[in-house]
Design a protein around this ligand. Sequence first.
Ligand code: SF4
Ligand code: FES
Length: 237
Amino acid sequence: MSKVVNFSIDGKDCMAERGQYILEAAKANSIYIPTLCNLPGVKPRGSCRICNVKVNGKLMTACTTPVAEGMKVENDTDELTDLRKAIIELLFVEGNHYCPFCEKSGNCELQALGYRFKMMVPRYPYQFPDRNIESSSSNLIKDHNRCILCKRCIRAIKNEDGQSIFAFKRRGHKVVINVDTKLSGNMNDELAQKAMDICPVGALLRKEQGFTIPIGKRTYDQKPIGYEFDASKSATF
Ligand code: SF4
Ligand code: FES
């Protein structure tokens, strides 16, 4: 069986390696699909749905759906743009995202997507939930106001014994990310920094660290999210 799969995105002929997810294959063909919960190198979970595309007319998450021969993927359409924008708006109203005083401002993927999708006033009412900020761990602050439950921290942050430092607590709409205070107590600065870096928003912050990179000089202050895909490039096969 051929290792290469031929498929299309928005009518553009694309090639992918067999077994690649649509998201990876789109990237290899220089096509941008927005993501929030996906983390390259970590098994995708399809939590946020921002990467929704239409595959043969049906909504699918691009990060968890493998490409198949002859597949027709819709990505850059008005309908999908509005759906993705609606998800971004929902995330903003569901939590308390106060960008002007967030240490992650300019490095926050949700904020950057808000700009990319030209979010102004959300179509949904703000919930202003009553959530706390946890600082029991020695080198991390967990701000539940900003957590979007993407599970990146659960999947990617493990101690030397392979134990997850983060886990879900409670169920349904009350679910929160729990930090194991015992395990996080042994977290070195490098792992704490990794946790802060992989969190797409400002829900995990290093303690006693801030503004080492000034506002205005951060990742998305310099270039909008996905800018590298905006200029067309050829596939790398
Ligand atoms: S703390 Fe950050 S990485 Fe973990 S689930 Fe919440 S938003 Fe995602
Ligand atoms: S990036 Fe695919 S569902 Fe979140």
